[in-house]
Design a protein around this ligand. Structure first.
Ligand SMILES: Cc1cc2nc3c(=O)[nH]c(=O)nc-3n(C[C@H](O)[C@H](O)[C@H](O)COP(=O)(O)O)c2cc1C
Length: 189
């Protein structure tokens, strides 16, 4: 099994990336963590944790945003997937334009060229047309777009339930068996 790269960018919702790393660790998966400069700000502001503390707490290998020679950006490394969670409009735009100017965007473009799974968790409200057009492009090129928009049909009781709704969808697309959240059975209504 290869590693999974989790990138946290400066969109609101750093908690999704944090929770994803925790769950991947529980499932025995090796992860590499890349946090953009803006992501460092939102991670600290929203989760009160630094990227170093998060990497330590989740057994993840921390790579620096500016280190475009790091393993996450390697085409020959055994990397199964790149998950940008949350993904900012800026990072969406750079990926859609083929710009790989930092380790987040470089890992994403490498994932595209190597046909690795690339999962994007955008968050913005409302979306600008440029965000929508960029997502359309990225989706048509094979990226999986899982917006940070949890459903309410399973009657969430807490913020954790809402976060896990999104994490469950990401795990499904990573082909990881899990018990996170409740699955719809079809008998509910
Ligand atoms: C508190 C805070 C919240 C933000 N929330 C969002 C957001 O939800 N979505 C978004 O696209 N950008 C958001 N931004 C702006 C991004 O951080 C900014 O566009 C930055 O350039 C993203 O860079 P990055 O993609 O390299 O992380 C937020 C910024 C701050 C400071």
């Amino acid at each position: 099994m290869g590693e999974i790269v989790v990138a946290i960018t400066g969109a609101s919702g750093a908690i999704y990336g944090k929770r994803l790393l925790e769950i991947l660790q529980q499932h025995g998966r090796d992860t590499r963590l890349v946090v953009s400069n803006a992501g460092e700000i939102t991670l600290q502001h929203e989760c009160n944790i630094s990227k170093e503390e998060l990497a330590e707490a989740t057994g993840s290998t921390l790579e620096e945003e500016g280190n475009i020679g790091a393993k996450s950006a390697s085409g020959s490394a055994k990397i199964d997937a790149v998950v940008i969670c949350p993904c900012s409009g800026t990072t969406l735009g750079k990926m859609a334009a083929g710009i790989s100017d930092n380790l987040v965007t470089r890992s994403a473009i490498v994932a595209m060229k190597e046909r690795r799974k690339l999962i994007l968790v955008p968050r913005e409200a409302p979306y600008a047309t440029v965000h929508l057009e960029n997502m359309t492009k990225l989706s048509s090129w094979g990226s999986i777009i899982i917006p940070a928009s949890p459903g309410f049909y399973n009657h969430p009781k807490s913020v954790d339930d809402l976060i896990d709704f999104i994490i469950a969808r990401i795990l499904d697309h990573l082909d990881i068996e899990h018990q996170v959240g409740k699955r719809w059975t079809g008998d509910e209504i």
